[in-house]
Design a protein around this ligand. Structure first.
Ligand code: HEC
Ligand code: HEC
Ligand code: HEC
Ligand code: HEC
Ligand code: HEC
Ligand code: HEC
Ligand code: HEC
Ligand code: HEC
Ligand code: HEC
Ligand code: HEC
Length: 343
């Protein structure tokens, strides 16, 4: 255990003891994002070591070396480290590539001797989940909608971001020149942005075209402008909430719109039971206030088919012809004073 980790564990302990004094804060204690788990080496002489990989895969080695994965505090004898902790033993591949002496057919055959994340998304993700299963964020991934639809970790994350040098690739020159490191700005973004292949929302839009369209509508949460992220509302790694929203119930929305949370003496059960999306479209809309209907009255009348109670001034005021119901029912999310949300 490194000193850093011991300090982290100690910090958690202090926090825990503090938590006993202030019970309410305990719930916010989160487990460490991920711990470095030793991967027991396979038997036999199957490993080549990262230095050999470097001799042919310079770009990948350079990029990998900049990430936190390269600094994992594991001891070679107890655990596989470096390239092979993800790609598995690479000695057979390295030997065969060397023996190929540039022969294209032999090289291609040799490439099949190493795990290269090109097949089954579940198998790909399992490589990462050897270690990434201790955190709240990734432990649900095995059951996530994304994985069930064939989207594995490496669709969103690049553990060594390299760019294909297509012109050179056509000329069929040695492997080390196929790929090169990306522009400095892009590389900095990647290293400080959870190793994501692209930044949000472009990453998400590349598959979710219909969501891009929703955010292009005139009224929208400011995600395309970069003031908010998809992951402010969604947990991309999966959880059991509807649409993998970050929080259960409508807490996802009320963490920012706190004044809508209540509790109110008089709750509008549309808000409490059906929830925010009974009346609002979360991504984007042509309607003001992200309302689900252009004319607010019709939104209300879709549930309140007949608000003509004997004491209600509605018909006299010919309310149904024009105007918004919230002219009078002005605190529509709930009230502490009036059962009809008039004030
Ligand atoms: C002697 C040079 C050489 C060494 C050493 C070497 N490789 Fe390769 N590797 C290649 C070549 C060449 C290719 C591309 C083959 C092709 O598809 O044409 C390749 C392809 C790959 C691929 C992609 C496979 C695919 O199906 O596209 C991975 C992953 C890989 N190497 C990982 C490694 C790792 C990890 C190591 C160290 C354990 C390593 N290589 C050592 C030459 C080498
Ligand atoms: C943390 C896991 C991880 C480590 C460590 C790792 N790789 Fe990879 N590697 C991947 C994944 C995932 C892919 C698939 C690329 C993708 O889906 O974008 C890949 C793809 C590759 C490829 C195929 C071509 C490419 O670049 O996309 C090569 C070659 C390769 N890795 C070499 C290496 C070498 C050499 C090292 C060590 C310096 C290394 N990898 C370390 C996860 C890893
Ligand atoms: C041997 C265990 C191990 C494997 C295998 C592994 N990781 Fe990690 N990963 C870690 C640890 C430990 C950290 C945290 C490092 C730290 O914070 O010091 C980490 C950090 C990360 C980070 C955050 C990096 C950052 O800069 O914030 C991402 C993203 C990540 N891993 C993705 C992946 C993906 C994708 C794979 C599979 C292709 C993978 N990891 C495979 C152990 C592993
Ligand atoms: C659909 C895209 C997507 C997939 C699939 C995905 N991630 Fe992520 N991951 C993200 C995004 C986006 C973030 C950044 C979240 C943020 O900034 O709020 C992230 C953050 C992370 C982090 C850093 C934050 C943390 O939890 O410590 C790690 C580590 C990580 N992912 C690992 C993984 C692993 C391992 C897998 C597969 C088991 C995976 N991810 C699958 C999109 C994805
Ligand atoms: C490689 C393609 C791909 C990428 C990248 C991607 N997704 Fe997805 N996502 C899918 C697929 C496929 C589904 C399942 C079918 C559907 O609902 O469209 C899905 C489903 C979802 C769902 C619905 C989950 C549910 O349980 O109903 C949400 C929310 C989501 N993605 C958010 C995101 C966010 C946020 C990002 C960016 C961080 C992202 N996705 C990136 C492919 C992708
Ligand atoms: C303000 C919070 C919020 C933001 C930001 C947000 N979403 Fe959503 N998203 C929701 C809610 C709420 C639902 C559930 C809608 C429902 O069930 O009626 C949802 C549903 C989804 C779904 C599944 C249903 C569908 O409409 O296809 C996908 C996929 C999705 N969001 C992707 C994204 C992507 C991609 C981004 C970023 C570009 C994003 N969301 C940003 C709140 C948000
Ligand atoms: C990360 C904070 C955040 C979250 C989470 C969030 N919102 Fe918002 N919301 C904002 C901000 C900031 C604005 C106002 C600025 C703007 O126009 O984007 C806003 C505006 C709105 C508006 C008014 C739009 C207008 O035209 O004035 C509605 C309605 C709304 N949000 C509903 C929701 C719902 C429903 C959810 C949950 C699905 C949600 N919000 C989640 C930050 C958030
Ligand atoms: C019964 C329908 C309904 C439900 C359910 C509902 N809203 Fe609203 N909301 C409205 C109407 C109508 C307006 C416009 C009020 C006006 O015109 O003054 C509005 C306006 C807003 C606004 C912008 C104006 C303001 O008051 O700040 C935000 C933000 C908002 N709602 C958030 C939410 C959140 C968060 C939820 C879920 C907790 C929610 N709404 C549930 C009907 C609803
Ligand atoms: C998704 C359905 C739904 C929508 C949309 C909706 N409501 Fe309601 N509303 C209800 C329910 C359910 C009750 C509780 C009725 C009860 O307890 O008998 C309620 C209660 C009320 C009450 C309190 C009086 C009563 O009958 O208890 C008023 C006033 C009201 N709604 C006004 C509105 C207005 C104005 C709108 C449009 C901005 C609106 N509602 C939209 C479902 C809805
Ligand atoms: C001019 C003001 C005004 C407008 C506009 C208005 N209301 Fe009302 N509404 C009232 C008042 C005042 C009461 C309560 C009377 C009482 O004290 O019992 C009421 C009561 C209600 C009630 C509870 C009684 C019942 O009949 O169930 C509902 C539901 C309701 N309104 C829905 C609506 C809807 C839907 C609209 C828009 C189509 C609307 N109101 C527009 C003033 C108005």
């Amino acid at each position: 255990m490194s000193m850093k980790r011991i300090m982290k564990a100690f910090g958690l302990f202090v926090f825990f003891v503090g938590g006993l004094a202030a019970q309410t804060r305990l719930a916010s204690t989160e487990p460490a994002s991920v711990s470095a788990i030793a991967i027991p080496p396979a038997s036999g002489d199957v490993y080549a070591g990262a230095d050999r990989c470097r001799s042919c895969h310079k770009a990948e080695f350079t990029q990998y070396s900049k990430t936190k994965h390269a600094t994992l505090d594991l001891h070679a004898k107890e655990s596989v480290t470096g390239c092979e902790m993800c790609h598995g033993g690479g000695k057979a591949h390295a030997d065969a590539e060397e023996a190929a002496h540039g022969d294209e057919a032999k090289e291609t055959a040799a490439a099949k001797l190493i795990f290269s994340f090109q097949g089954n998304p579940k198998k790909n993700s399992e490589r990462c989940m050897q270690c990434h299963q201790s955190s709240r964020d990734q432990k649900e991934f095995g059951r996530s909608t994304h994985l069930q639809h064939g989207v594995g970790c490496n669709e969103c994350h690049a553990t060594h971001l390299v760019v294909a040098n297509t012109a050179a690739a056509k000329l069929r020159i040695p492997q080390e020149d196929f790929f090169s490191v990306p522009q400095v700005a892009e590389e900095n973004r990647w290293l400080h942005n959870s190793l994501l292949k692209k930044q949000q929302p472009e990453l998400c839009f590349s598959c979710h075209g219909n969501i891009r369209a929703a955010f292009a509508l005139p009224v929208h949460h400011k995600v395309p402008e970069g003031l908010m992220k998809c992951t402010d509302c969604h947990e991309t790694h999966g959880n059991s909430n509807r649409a993998t929203l970050r929080q259960s119930g409508w807490e996802t929305c009320t963490q920012c719109h706190a004044e809508k949370r209540g509790p109110f003496v008089f709750e509008h059960s549309a808000v409490k039971v059906e929830g925010c999306t009974a009346c609002h479209t979360p991504h984007g809309s042509v309607n003001r206030m992200l309302l689900a209907r252009r004319e607010e009255r019709f939104l209300c009348l879709s549930c309140h088919v007949n608000p003509f109670g004997i004491n209600v001034p509605h018909s006299r005021l010919s309310f149904q012809e024009r105007g918004d119901c919230t002219r009078c029912h002005s605190v529509i999310h709930g009230s502490n004073f009036d059962p009809n949300f008039l004030h």
